[in-house]
Design a protein around this ligand. Sequence first.
Ligand code: DG2
Length: 248
Amino acid sequence: MYKLVLMRHGESQWNLENRFTGWTDVDLTETGRQQAKQAGELLKENGFEFDLAFASVLKRAIRTLWIALDSMDAMHTPVGLSWRLNERHYGALQGLNKAETAQKYGEDQVLVWRRAYAIAPDPVAEDDPRNPRFDARYARVPADQLPRTECLQDTVARVVPFWEESIAPAIRSGRRVLVTAHGNSLRALIKHLDGISDEDIVHLNIPTGQPLVYELDENLRPIRHYYLGDQEAIAAQMQAVANQGKAQ
Ligand code: DG2
């Protein structure tokens, strides 16, 4: 049996301000840094050690990983960064406040934009500074793969190849792997791992800074999964994520 740990980054500045973030490279808040530290401590207390870690190329995920590894006294852990683990590109919504957007367009529309599997928000314009083609870190990504908006289906389409080509082979070779990424890039990966339907994935919300352990069989099929830590607090955090799209 293999164990894989998935973790959404700690609270970011735009999580705190309740703004659609996507590929915007915002940093952690002080709370987010504390969450990352506590997550590392929790992993250590529970006997977890890692041979390899992966993160997106966004600093909220990278810093979460650094802080968690630091608090495990494991900063020597090799790290692989990939744009494929980036958050879903939230298109023209990036930067807008989620509650204000719900007041303007209605909660149902915001739920569609946040959670519908195959409906993407409007894209940013070709010359919009939020277009990733202006960001040097994506210079080597083929232009036709760089998104100007994404739905979860699009995110699945770029996350799953990274799972197949990088994460899964590492696990199969016996390496103990930690992945720090984002609410929606992790929802994409979990949808694939657990075979969750397009309808049911709508209800999955991932809390910030909480290690999620997946036990996998020899074919890397999930046997069970569980969050480490205070289960009531985690359930409340998941509900709070769901509520971020409410008008109030
Ligand atoms: C959030 C997820 O991403 O937002 O892009 O706003 O995980 O990087 O903080 P993260 C964003 P929701 O889809 O939950 O609204």
